[in-house]
Write a protein that binds this ligand. Sequence first.
Ligand code: CA
Length: 228
Amino acid sequence: MKSNILIIEDEAKIARFVELELSHEGYVCDKAEDGRKGLEMAESGAYDLVLLDIMLPELNGLEVLRRLRKTNDVPVIVLTARDAVMDKVSGLDMGADDYVTKPFAIEELLARIRLALRRGGASKTKEDLLVCGSLSLSVPRHEVRWDGSEIDLTSREFSLLQTLLENKNVVLSRDSLLEKVWGYDYMGETNVVDVYVRYLRNKIAAAGGENVIQTVRGVGYVIRDEHE
Ligand code: CA
């Protein structure tokens, strides 16, 4: 599951540098060098995240953001010049998710991108009830059931199961599950994912359920819905 990122930046050197770094991290990038083209591309809905420079030809970044927010809630990180306090404030007011001050350290930008993608992914959770066969998970009630009988899960087990169900039929790597469920700054053992998958399987089995979480050897885990 590679995230698509749109870079709207008129300074070719910066755009190219960011594109290279992001590609290296496994993101798929497109670039727009002016505000008008950037807005058009962002409105297409093809992107998981937009990096938006403020000082842009054709249409400035704040105007791009204002127009984009009428139709689209894609996460936006604003790139502002140092000391451009007003740009930060206006950007956040207009619905930017975060900002990074230029010149920025690439590590900071990457961290903010991961954070915004995670929040964006979470806010896109519009489905209240996630279902796979006899297994159902109610997000607002924080309840998991197999054929109607409730399964008692810890909050971590719940969010792991929720993440797998939200990405039904998509194989999630251990790293990606760690990032989504434990947070990108998690410093512990990566086998914590395997441990929690085992807990989940045991609890579902104890409720009389079948094993719905499949191991994809060397990759990660997936919940497949045979009926879809
Ligand atoms: Ca600029």
